[in-house]
Design a protein around this ligand. Sequence first.
Ligand SMILES: *[C@@H]1O[C@H](CO)[C@@H](O)[C@H](O)[C@H]1NC(C)=O
Length: 623
Amino acid sequence: MIFRILNAFLLLSIAVHAFYLPGVAPTSYQPSDAVELFVNHITPTVPYDSHDEKRYLYSYDYYNPKFHFCEPEGGRKRQSESLGSVIFGDRIYNSPFHLEMLKNTTCNILCTSKVPQKDTEFFSKAIRTGFQYNWLIDGLPVARNMEDSKTDTTYYSSGFALGLVDEDNVAHPYNNFNLFVEYHLREDGNYRVVGVTVYPESLGYKSESEPKCDSPELEPVTFNAEGETKITYTYSVYWIPSDTVWATRWDKYLHVYDPKIQWFSLLNFGFIVIVLSTILFNLLYHQLNKEIIKYNEINLDDDGIDDLGWKMVSGDVFRSPSNPMLLSVLLGSGAQLVLMAVVTCGFALLGLISPSNRGSLSTMVFVLYALFGFVGSFVSGTVYKFFDGQDWRVNMILTPILVPGLIFAAFILLNFSLIFVKSSGAVPIGTMLTIVAIWFVVSLPLSCLGSIFALRRKRIEPSCKVNQIARQIPHQPWCLRLPFLSLAAGIFPFGSIAIEMYFVYKSLWFSRIYYMFGFLFFCFLLMLATTLLVTLLVMYLILSNENYKWQWGSFIVGGGISFYVFVHAILLSKFQIRDLASIILYVGYSLLLSLGVGLMCGTVGFLGSMVFVLTIYKRIKTD
Ligand SMILES: *[C@@H]1O[C@H](CO)[C@@H](O)[C@H](O)[C@H]1NC(C)=O
């Protein structure tokens, strides 16, 4: 039953895409109106078979000179794109294809390109390692028509390979493209594009000027071992009537590979986590209640002194941690990230991010992150004040600069490796400057405002006084030391996102459209909840052992997940990459991702523990 509901929930989150979204108004055509075909970057794909185990993680410009693809008359023109779309790697140009609504044409010649010998190796390697074309017609990706044998349905897989690879691992470039454009005739007499598929072929034409596109018996194009290779590119266009309406045209692209399996494993896990959590929570709650009553009954002079546990440290538990500045700055940035992630996911879930609006997801991530600088600084300032910190000016400046600055620096470094391999993924200088400008104009002032708000507010008063002299912390057994606790605690929240990580990576690295936001949201919340619970439990343990350094402790224990995310990305990733630039990119981004997740969970762990500590110490009588 619950399974049904969740499944419906998932489908609903896809269906809301159907609503009219601002900024993605449909285009209507009349017969023989021109329909433009745009070309986007050439991207690597997820390995689907094993003919070449090497994989690359960066993409190329469509008009990279080594491919020698046909150019449009009048030269290529870059199409304008949103900021997020540029950061995400889209590089969209016009193309030499001519499509007219309802006009079937066959065997149009694009051009005959000459690939000199020095570039054939590059081209053929790109085919063997699975790079693919990404074309767009009316905002829809040109796709291959695929069949899902499990559910017996057809779906569209965006993009298509540069060529085919035969049994002897020889690459043959595709040079004839059969485009099938599905159109929908509306009642008002307008036509709309509702689907685009391609059937590419590699045809070694006998004649350059009169290619015979409908001769499947032709040998595929083969690169000359010596000298240049001439490739004649041709295409045909077929207009197919369709019942699909414009609003649902993305459905076939957003095919869910057996969602049952995903929900099933997630539910299994979620169930275990929830049951365990409830039991643990109950135990903790009752145990604490019992202890509080006991503590409040006995006097310190009595004999019961040896198991007083966490009450013993009441005079030290609110002592400022070492380096309160760094901790509060990290917590502020963590809170900023958590909010950004939750709100982005929520928006996506509500269907406010449409795949038609390219780059809207990454633009939103960026804008929300900048806006939530306010909250980040507020949290940072509040916590810093709670720690009794005095240098609030440093806190105010450091919060919006430290973590975002580090992320930006890492981004620039990784960008260098993209520039080095001449990938199109490298973000242009202009975009970089825009990001910095937005930062200064939007995020920095907002952050300062957040700091000032925090400063103006009353300090959160600790519920116990801090003793003058710090108490000595008794020797802690190895199993109660931070590194062990952090690693042990990290397993649980990691478990709740492990299944989802593969899909996230796939869409990050291989530009798959990501749409399972319902699923992601669920996983994310589960992760935060598990982190919170496990951290509280650990904090109870260490406080009972008279270790009062819970501030950094809770942050580090909560952030333990980071280690697993990183190791999982490195060891268990199914993507085999060998070349240096790809390795640097992969390790770099995995590190950023795992640290980001760690920061979020650490923050949740800390904030939870802060409330916990404030609450339990408020309830005991101190003298
Ligand atoms: C174009 O070709 C397709 C496929 O052969 C056919 O179904 C369709 O009716 C044709 N359209 C026109 C306008 O001739």
